[in-house]
Design a binder for this molecule. Structure first.
Ligand code: AP5
Ligand code: MG
Length: 209
């Protein structure tokens, strides 16, 4: 069993690439952001703790996230490894992950800050299947999202003020993890400021190494 990590700032394209890599590798996507949004919607205890942090662009406490991951990794579809999206985001989370499951590749999708706001503010997705689109850069085509219950959803944290806070949080608390993983020899950076398909090709090439 071995897992991979998709790493990068908000709006880097982690979720977009995860959809494509999932098809190619068979590894299920484990997005802590998606899990937390589901918990908020369901009104669980975890959701009630997480809501305020998410709305202000802060990180949800490590203990909450680590408990979520410990449970998720026990599920049947995770037995051959998973693709983490947006986890880990702190060194304590990465240390906890190392105790839970081996990680073979950390792939950082690098995008300059000045691209992030336009990406986040134009994002929409299907509330039913989760497919991610963009008003300008990746609009839904005539074929739709591929599921039969298309319903447009926009995230409540996708506004300019929260994006700037999420970016600050990323630079202060998450980007130091890059060096931590680099020192372990499993860190690979790809240029995320290009066409979506070109980035997928690069990521798949990294995974073959
Ligand atoms: P989370 O849901 O993980 O949000 P995020 O990290 O801010 O990342 P995003 O989901 O916004 O971006 P993405 O990289 O997935 O980009 P996407 O593919 O959608 O976390 C939300 C919150 O939950 C956090 O703020 C925090 O509070 C909490 N949280 C989550 N995990 C946590 C953890 N581990 N610890 C503590 N707290 C945690 O793409 C964005 C847009 O760009 C889309 O519209 C897409 O179509 C478009 N796009 C994608 N690629 C390209 C491209 N190459 N060119 C042009 N447009 C593109
Ligand atoms: Mg995402």
């Amino acid at each position: 069993m071995s897992s991979i990590v998709l790493f990068g700032p908000p709006g880097a394209g982690k979720g977009t690439q995860a959809e494509r890599i999932m098809d190619a590798t068979g590894l299920p996507q484990v997005s802590t952001g998606d899990m937390l949004r589901a918990a908020v919607k369901a009104g669980t205890e975890t959701g009630m703790v997480a809501k305020g942090f998410m709305e202000s662009g802060q990180l949800v406490p490590d203990s909450v996230i680590i408990d979520l991951i410990k449970d998720r990794i026990l599920e049947d579809d995770a037995k051959n490894g998973v693709m983490f999206d947006g986890f880990p985001r702190t060194i304590p989370q990465a240390e906890a992950l190392a105790e839970i499951t081996p990680v073979t590749h950390v792939i950082a999708i690098e995008v300059p800050d000045e691209r992030i706001v336009e990406r986040i503010c134009g994002r929409y997705s299907c509330a039913n299947c989760g497919s991610v689109f963009h008003d300008l850069f990746n609009p839904i085509g005539d074929d739709g999202c591929g599921c039969e219950k298309w319903q447009e959803k926009r995230r409540s944290d996708d506004n300019e003020a929260t994006v700037n806070s999420r970016l600050n949080t990323y630079h202060e608390q998450t980007s130091p993890l890059a060096e931590w993983y680099r020192s372990k020899g499993i860190f690979h950076a790809v240029n995320g400021d290009r066409a979506i398909d070109e980035i997928t090709v690069d990521i798949l090439a990294v995974l073959e190494r």
